[in-house]
Design a protein around this ligand. Structure first.
Ligand SMILES: Cc1cc2nc3c(=O)[nH]c(=O)nc-3n(C[C@H](O)[C@H](O)[C@H](O)COP(=O)(O)OP(=O)(O)OC[C@H]3O[C@@H](n4cnc5c(N)ncnc54)[C@H](O)[C@@H]3O)c2cc1C
Length: 490
């Protein structure tokens, strides 16, 4: 018979959106004695960086009736469900996609009841025709939403232990009955629990797991990690150690970024535009319009030799981005048509400091500085300028309005890499978020939520349904807690 230092009804591991939502519901609705463990000094995880969350047939969508995107409509649950299934080439778990389609709308109502105001319900990247209008943007974005949820969790009576890392699951007669954790002083605590929710936010910060599980094993060393330090896959490993199964561990939420810069930097905004992109060979490699889906663009860049891409712009384009604004936008990181007023200063500073940005009055010299073959690069630029003059791109069929020539010196190159925000493939769960064993049966007492729960995606994060990860985190935490309440109370 296992012995414990302390006992709870439910222990939620991870203080991000999914873990907090699970703990809040367990305590508030179920009256369960609940603990939340967070290995970092502060709760929040990657959820504090999120801009918005997906939901279908929400009260906000119903009240607004039509989205601000001309000719588009708010998606039904069925459309949401089908988009997950189709985008993943049928690799999504139908039970998980169904949960997402039905349960995300309630998150919006819960957050509204806690004081969150939704300022906008639309798509993420304007002019992206394939996106559903699922993106609910809260005031103060994810950071404010997580503050509000944390307060609600405290008010509901949840015991929150920060700087406390879960290490191991305690199993008795095939049922999870507790967790071994370690506090900031290295003390081991054995915590008994009738239910455990794994909400550790995935393995994006664990390079070994990224190499082993994602499609970028070859280029993993060149990926930049931009998520929080705590998301290192511990909770997934704990479940695997007791016989849990996985579902599509491949997908990462991955985004192009100017090396060493933040996502909101104007130099990053400039490098992320669908201008001329070349790889290490000095050649163009894709329709740069892929930038409108950052996950697809991240995949494409991560697949280039050494995981590098160079965005090439001339002085006219720099001025255009400053005066007229960006051609494409990505949520709040790169506002659509937002003027990149800091671009020239940021370019000059990065060049002066030798930060993977180059400038020259000659195309051949620019190539030499970057380390590209000058002849190949010159031929690429000449050909691209011809396409721009004709308004026709017979190589990759990019829309003519994005064919900005490279002809007015000085010319600039910005090195772009792919950055991991979170991993989005994880443990096999059913629609109630119970973790499924390699034998195909639910593991009694064990749930996974958020980025620890796999099944919503195939090999790529789905930006056709913007806000999927954050919407999933909150809905799955709630569903896990409700199932646990029923299982515990009978
Ligand atoms: C910059 C950025 C922007 C994003 N923007 C969006 C967006 O706009 N829309 C969207 O849908 N998604 C977005 N995402 C992704 C989204 O934030 C997350 O996928 C989702 O909110 C994750 O929630 P979670 O609860 O699964 O994990 P997290 O919020 O990451 O929380 C996991 C927590 O678990 C803790 N933990 C890990 N292991 C342990 C352990 N052993 N013991 C105790 N605690 C542990 C971690 O420290 C962390 O605090 C973004 C991510 C980033 C990084």
């Amino acid at each position: 018979m296992a012995t414990f230092d302390v006992e709870y009804d439910l222990v939620s591991i991870g203080g991000g959106g999914s873990g907090k939502m699970a703990a809040y519901i367990a305590a508030k609705e179920g009256g369960l004695k609940t603990a939340l463990l967070e290995k970092c000094p502060e709760t929040g995880g990657s959820s504090v960086f999120a801009e918005g969350q997906a939901a279908f047939e929400s009260s906000e969508q119903k009240a607004r009736k039509v989205p601000p995107t001309p000719g588009m409509h708010y998606p039904t649950r069925a459309e949401g469900y089908k988009r997950y299934i189709d985008y993943s080439h049928k690799r999504a778990n139908p039970e998980v996609a169904r949960m997402q389609a039905y349960e995300t709308a309630e998150t919006i109502d819960i957050m509204k009841s806690l004081g969150i105001v939704y300022t906008d319900v639309t798509i993420y990247a304007y002019e992206q025709p394939t996106e559903l209008n699922s993106f609910h943007r809260p005031d103060g974005l994810g950071a404010h939403m997580q503050e509000v949820l944390l307060q609600a969790t405290v008010d509901a009576g949840v015991d929150i232990f920060t700087s406390t890392a879960a290490k191991e699951l305690i199993v008795e007669d095939g049922k999870v009955v507790g967790v071994v954790a370690e506090d900031a002083d290295g003390n081991t605590i054995r915590i008994g629990a009738k239910a455990v929710v794994l909400a550790g936010g995935g393995f994006g910060g664990n390079l070994d797991m990224v190499k082993e599980n994602s499609r970028f094993a070859k280029n993993a060393e060149h990926l930049i990690y931009m998520g929080p330090e705590g998301n290192t896959g511990d909770t997934i490993q704990m479940a695997l150690a007791i016989g849990a199964d996985t579902w599509e561990m491949l997908p990462l939420m991955i985004i192009p970024v100017a090396k060493g810069k933040t996502l909101v930097a104007h130099i990053n905004g400039g490098g992320s535009q669908p201008v001329l992109w070349v790889n290490k060979t000095g050649q163009r490699y894709y329709d740069e319009h892929v930038a409108l889906s950052f996950a697809d663009a991240g995949n494409v860049i991560a697949s280039q030799p050494d995981g590098r891409s160079y965005s090439i712009i001339d002085q006219d384009t720099v001025q255009h981005l400053i005066d007229d604004g960006s051609d494409i936008g990505l949520g709040d990181f790169i506002p659509y048509h937002g003027k990149l007023t800091g671009l020239q200063t940021e370019l000059d500073e990065a060049i002066a400091e030798g930060e993977m940005t180059w400038k020259s009055d000659s195309v051949a010299d620019l190539a030499k500085q970057i380390g590209l073959d000058p002849e190949v690069f010159q031929a690429t630029v000449d050909q691209y300028n011809e396409f721009a003059a004709k308004g026709d791109d017979p190589l990759f069929f990019k829309d003519a309005k994005y064919l900005r020539p490279v002809k007015t010196a000085p010319f600039y190159a910005i090195e772009m890499r792919a950055a991991i925000l979170v991993s989005t493939g994880a443990l096999h769960v059913n629609g109630s978020m119970q973790v499924i064993s390699v034998d195909g049966q639910p593991i009694a007492g064990l749930y996974a939520a958020g980025m620890d729960a796999g099944g919503l995606f195939g090999d790529t994060y789905n930006l056709d349904v913007p806000g999927s990860a954050n919407g999933f985190a909150h809905a799955s935490g709630r569903v896990a807690a409700r199932h646990a309440i029923k299982a515990i109370k009978g």
